[in-house]
Design a protein around this ligand. Sequence first.
Ligand SMILES: [Zn+2]
Length: 273
Amino acid sequence: MGLYKGPRLLDFAKTPLHLQFNRYVLTGYRPVSSAHECLGSLFYVHNELGNIYTHGIPFFLFLVLMPFSIPWTEVDNIWICLVHYLACLCPTVGSVVYHVFMNHVGGEHVYDTLLSLDMFGVCLVNTLGALPIIYITLLCYPIIQQAALLTYILLSAYGIYCATTARTNVLRLQAFIWQGLFRFSLFLFRVYGSGVGSPHSLRLFVIMDSLAVLGGLVNVIQIPERFSPGLFDNWGNSHQIMHVMVVCSIIYLHWGTLEDLAWIKTFQCPNEG
Ligand SMILES: [Zn+2]
C-alpha cells in the first residue's frame, strides 16, 4: 500500500512521550503532523494504519448497510430504532478520528481531547445500545421500565465522566463496570424473573458483552506484542485485535436487537389481556 511515500517514521524512543503508551510497539510511529498530514497518513503504512481501517471500514459498512436491516416502520416507538442505529455507529467514528489525528502538532492537549472523544464513543454504544434492551425486558412494567431507563442513563453519565477523565487503560475499563453489572442483572431478570424479550436474543447479548470485555482485556495486557516486541508493530497487535472484537460485539448487539424488535411485534403483556 502507498499512494505516496510517507514521511520518515520514528522509533518508540523518538516519538513524543504522550504517544509512548505501548512499549512493545517499537517502530512505525508517524512524526508530529499537521491535520492535513494526518489525513495523508491514510495512504501509507505506519503503526496506526491497522487501527484506523479496522474501525474505518466497519463504520462505512454500518452507516450504509445497517439501515436496510432495521425495521423502522414496524416498531411502535421509532426512537428504539434510531437509538440503536446511533449506538452502532458511535464507537467506530470516535475511534477513527482519534487514531488519524493522535500525532497532531497540537501535542498532548489535542491527544487527550481525542482520547476522550474515542472513549465517549465507547460509552455511547454502552449507553444507547442498552436502552432498547432495558425497554423490551421491562415492557410489562411501565413504571419500573421508566425508572430503569432513567437509572441507566444516570449510571452512564457517571461512566462517561470516569471514562473520559481516566488516565490509565485499567481505570477506563473500570468505568464500564456499573453499566455492565446493570445489563447483567437485566439478563438475569429475563432468565429467572419476569423480564421479557425474544428467546433468541439473550445469547446474542451475552456474546456481545463477552467480546467487548475480552477485547478490553487483550488491550490492557498487550498480547501478542508483549511476547515478541517489534513483530506486531504494524499488524496484528492487541489494539487491532480489540478493534475487531469491538466490531464483532456491535454486530451481536445488532443481531440481538433485531431479534427483540421482530419478537415485540407479536407479543402482548399478560396483564393487557
Ligand atoms: Zn482504538
